[in-house]
Design a protein around this ligand. Structure first.
Ligand code: ZN
Ligand code: ZN
Length: 186
């Protein structure tokens, strides 16, 4: 398998100094820019936002074990009232990168030479934990189904009993019954 990881990519870590000696450790504390599409439909980490990594890389028999945390800003919108929301999240990272050529399940990660790509580990840690329906607050009242008003800002908001659509049509015509047209010309 040929390497296609780029060591200059901030998400790519060179594990060379671990020297494949089981037990060797390397601390990785760094702030890097978030990659694109790190999120789900309504919430995620904005592209380019600072992701604070506090990771330990440990050489184990199978490869390199990455553990620790990643702390990120989150941006999204409330699933009920669509108000923009922002938050911070800290997520646990635990990922084994197998040495190249090892027998491992298809969904496991591998080192490429001495390089490992943190991207899939961070995605697994963050994206799977994000809420499908983020809320601006737990008791968000959402939007009025009739007119779309934000019910958090207008808690007493209500409508008169729904008007029969046929009547509302007539009511609308009423305003247009003004004299006009050729018949009224002198
Ligand atoms: Zn809301
Ligand atoms: Zn309304």
């Amino acid at each position: 398998m040929s390497t296609h990881l780029d060591a200059r990519d901030p998400l790519v870590v060179d594990t060379h100094e671990l020297a494949r000696q089981a037990g060797a450790l390397r601390r990785l504390r760094d702030t890097i820019e978030a990659p694109a599409d790190l999120g789900i439909e309504l919430i995620g980490v904005p592209e380019g936002a600072p992701m604070q990594l506090d990771l330990t890389l440990e050489s184990v028999v199978e490869g390199v074990l990455v553990t620790g945390t990643v702390e990120v800003p989150l941006a999204g919108e409330c699933a009920r009232c669509l108000t923009p929301l922002s938050d911070r999240g800290t997520y646990r990272v635990t990922e084994l990168y197998n040495y190249p050529g090892r027998q491992a399940a298809e969904d496991e990660l591998f080192l490429e030479d001495d390089l490992l790509d943190l991207d899939p580990a961070l995605r697994a840690a963050i994206v799977l934990e994000l809420p499908f329906s983020p809320l601006c607050r737990p008791d968000c009242r959402g939007l009025c189904p009739t007119c779309g008003a934000n019910l958090n800002e207008n808690p007493d908001h209500r409508h008169e009993a729904a008007i029969d659509p046929r009547w509302s049509k007539l009511a609308g015509l009423g305003g247009d019954m003004t004299p006009g047209g050729p018949d009224n010309e002198d």
